[in-house]
Design a protein around this ligand. Sequence first.
Ligand code: SAH
Length: 464
Amino acid sequence: MKKNDCITTEIVDIGIAGEGIGKVDGYTLFIKDAVVGDVVEAKIMKANKGYGYAKLTKLITPSPYRVDEKCSVARQCGGCQLQALSYEKQLDFKSNKVRNNLIRLGGFDPTFVDTIFQPILGMDDPWAYRNKAQFPFGLDKDNSAITGFYAGRTHSIIPNTTCDIGNPINERILEIILDFVKSEKIGIYNEKIQKGLLRHVLIRTSHATDDIMVCLIINGVKIPKIEKLIHILKTLPGMASISISVNKKNTNVIMGDHYEVVWGMPYIADAIEGVSYHISPLSFYQVNPVQTAVLYKKALEYANLNSQEVVWDLYCGIGTISLFLAQKAKQVYGVEIVPQAIEDAKKNAELNNMDNIEFFVGKAEDILPEQYKKTKCKPEVIVVDPPRKGCDETLLQTMLEMSPERIVYVSCDPATLARDLKILCESKYNLAEVTPVDMFPMTVHIESVAYLTLRSNGESGVLS
Ligand code: SAH
């Protein structure tokens, strides 16, 4: 196989970035925009040893799983990699991904996995689910202000004010901002020369209250004539908070380190299953409120609490899971690396009148061993919800030493989940259940929650 070769192949699998995978005489080809089940003609763009990348040139036989993309820019935009695949098939793909990781990377026996693996929890309506969007601003070739999405893996903006997985209100807000920017001749930030004022807008909405938050991210100290913009934005039903965050750094990080409220409240209010949360512009908060409730309920079910237990919630963010657990536990300890998130977590505990939670700022792999050494505490349950890289080895070893009755592992990366479960289960835990939850329909991302129980003395190791 070499560059510019044209081939015909059937798409047999889906790659990690959502691309189609075809095989020609044992040679693997990654083909963007091809859907599993398609027969395609493609041109090789890059040929490595053993695998290459090809461009879809002709769809010979469309896959039975192919559906019309709802969004007109689905192919250019990097956000939704799976829009052309039926939702049912997306769920199958994600479920298989978790299952295969448990087998290949976790070393669990396939027959055993089938006994503990639960059906994926998908959405009834997998659209308009996101409660948060960040739109960059730029200029088109006529120097007119635009906003939209970065084309996959680039920083060129595809003009678009609608997003089918986002809240429909975003469009109205973006139009208001664009009108204001154009009429008041507000400068637009140019990344290449790091000049210009307006960089991004963050829009957040509350599922429970319909509150709206708008935060403008600028390379400067203030926006001229902002009162004119506020005057219009505040007429939108639900508008609760308008703020500015200054970011003068040449970085991919969107938000600045601080924010200043220019109208309304410093937060919006949301609630998940009766627990209330205040979300400020800089807080981490799950982006799919409907599925967050599904995920947290599953985690709470696995924690199996009876008001008597001591629980550690590691990687707790703004304490969302901690508060959920505290309703049913004797005492909850939360650990999170970002100090601001812990400030929010403490306020959220107060807001819900919960006094059985204590929060620690620091790395989970430092705090847990320190506290264990100091207090020799023996919690009944440990919950972890780490970022994609999974748990630190020191943390896993401390968890093994502490030997809680139950571990609930919430994961956004099935590969690191499988790696960590292997360590826990080779030592002294049984994998009791794994449930994938679709938090991010139309994208390749997948969340899962695993439930582990401490083996009773003498019980043999169960990887199979
Ligand atoms: N459980 C929360 C947040 C999960 S996201 C929720 O459901 O909303 C993972 C969190 O881990 C982030 O808030 C991140 O800041 C935090 N984090 C990353 N590395 C960490 C570490 N080594 N120790 C503790 N927290 C960490």
